[in-house]
Design a protein. Sequence first.
Length: 177
Amino acid sequence: MTDERFQDPGWRLWNFGDEILVRCPRCDARAVVVVHPDHREGHRYVIGLLTAPHRLSCTGCGHTAEWTPRRWQRGDDGDPYFTHGGPLLVPHLTGPNDPYFDLPLWLQRPCCGHVLWAYNQRHLDLLEAYVAARLRERGGWTGSGSLLERLPAWIKAADNRPEVLKCITALRATLPS
Ligand SMILES: [Zn+2]
């Protein structure tokens, strides 16, 4: 990971929302939140996947849980997604808890006085490539608001680079190789 140049691929956080690693509420091991297997097909837009039923499953203890989308109502703190069945509340993707079950993300760690977090390994890979690069270029075509453009300043700060990379390495060590 010593590439000098890094070009922003324009990814958004939702590009990593298809597999969110969390801490199992029952056994504390690594569990995963994904779109429910019965609701994976037939989505024309990513927002359809984001608002589809989700499932939590833990291979450690066998625990599973279901999340079903809630109807959007005026005054809700979130955007509506209009479907034939009515408007659905779009989950607010953020961290360091997952947007569906509000469980702590598996990949999180105190770093530079803040919390560094990622949804999954691909998300971690992107952060690492970005932080490690000496020269960061905007994608140009991405417009504004990509995941990397929205990163907090402390992650982007050159002074913090060694510690951020150390945190990423430590997080990676908690994943199966
Ligand atoms: Zn478990």
